[in-house]
Ligand binder design. Structure first.
Ligand SMILES: [Fe+2]
Length: 380
């Protein structure tokens, strides 16, 4: 019995440490990640990481001092004891919730949307530059994801239309120009008829010049369409706009354009909320039109609202697929008001599909169990 007690105590302490980490990471995902880059934000994020570590050690040390017992109060401090017990209880509940979700995902298997066929081709970037933590870092393990989507009632003039998507370059010191250009070339070799770019070009203004140099020659017969992401607004919305336009890309700043192919017309729209302004009406996307409608939105958080306009496909990035994922549990921090819901892949609401790309680069420059991607869609 004593041995079982010991094992149970160890499991409980381990669960509590992990649950506390998940809890704080979730709070960071929902309330901190989407705030503009600033010193206070960085300070809060460092504070959360420190707090996670300190609380984890505090739980371990107290358990060690009390023969593995987790729920031990502070003699003479009833309120503090109550707060501590409440925190431990919530941490355990979060651990159980995360574990049940992970088990359910395992049992359910990968999410399969009807009418969608996906092919993934590994295309790792051949580089001698070692990323940080090279044993686990998948920073340069690029994948080319090719997706065929059946659209009921698709205009015959749009049969076989191919659309390439590039997102979240985050060009910087580690995700350098060589890698970004290589990723862009992987998609361009597949010859997309239309190219979309869904934001987050760089993290710092000094890399803007190099990033747009990497995009030189990026052209497609039906045009290149872009929206800006949160980092583009933080780095400089006007400067990024100027460079997008110099590159002969069409900036879809809360507007839509019609594109023609084989006599058939379809709609490409772009939204930049909430980074430009939260609550912008999406009435430039006609909900009743039977035209094929493709919408670019850097963040997937706009999808529930966008779905009211009945787009066929919304293309997003922003989450980097969760970026740092743990075995079994998956992602920990996802910058979304919906937590981990829109981490990566396909989501459906009514007749609308959302695809969240894992993106090309990331910030900070580490990916675990989450390979970067460029994406090619083919409509049939
Ligand atoms: Fe991003």
């Amino acid at each position: 019995m004593a041995a079982l007690d010991t094992l149970w105590d160890v499991i409980l302490v381990f669960a509590c440490c992990l649950g506390s980490g998940f809890l704080l990471a979730n709070l960071q995902s929902r309330f901190i990640c989407n705030l503009p880059d600033s010193r206070p934000k960085v300070a809060v994020e460092i504070g959360i990481h420190l707090l996670t570590t300190v609380i984890g050690f505090f739980i371990l040390i107290r358990a060690a001092l009390h023969e593995g017992q987790l729920f031990v109060g502070f003699p003479g401090w009833p309120i503090l004891s109550l707060v501590w017990f409440a925190y431990l209880g919530v941490s355990l509940a979060v651990f159980v919730g995360f574990t049940l979700i992970a088990i359910a995902k395992r049992i359910r298997g990968p999410h399969q949307e009807p009418g969608i066929r996906t092919t993934v081709t590994p295309a790792p970037f051949p580089t001698r530059v070692q990323p940080p933590l090279p044993q686990v870092n998948q920073l340069f393990d690029l994948e080319v994801v090719e997706i065929e989507i059946e659209i009921p009632g698709l205009d015959p003039g749009l049969e076989g239309l191919t659309v390439g998507n590039l997102t979240d370059f985050h060009l910087g010191r580690v995700c350098n120009g060589g890698y970004v250009r290589y990723a862009v070339d992987q998609l361009m070799e597949r010859g997309p008829e239309l190219l979309t770019v869904t934001g987050d070009f760089v993290n710092y203004p000094i890399y803007l010049e190099e990033c747009f140099q990497c995009l030189e020659g990026c052209a497609a017969p039906l045009g290149v369409y872009a929206v800006r992401g949160n980092h583009d607004y933080w780095v400089g919305a006007e400067e990024t706009e100027r460079r997008i336009k110099n590159q002969e890309m069409v900036l879809l700043h809360d507007r839509a354009v019609e594109v023609e192919r084989n006599g058939a017309r379809f709609l490409v729209a772009g939204v930049e909320s909430p980074w430009n302004q939260a609550g912008v009406p999406f009435d430039f996307i006609p909900p009743d039109s039977n035209q094929l409608k493709i919408v670019l939105s850097h963040t997937p958080d706009e999808f529930p609202k966008l779905a009211r306009q009945n787009p066929h496909l919304v293309l997003s990035g922003h989450t980097h697929g969760g970026q740092i994922c743990l075995p079994f549990y998956g992602s920990v921090v996802v910058p979304s008001n919906y937590g981990r819901k829109y981490e990566r892949g396909f989501f459906r609401q009514g007749n609308s599909l959302l695809y969240v790309s894992k993106g090309i680069g990331c910030h900070p420059a580490i990916r675990t169990l989450c390979k970067p991607e460029v994406t090619l869609f083919r409509f049939v």
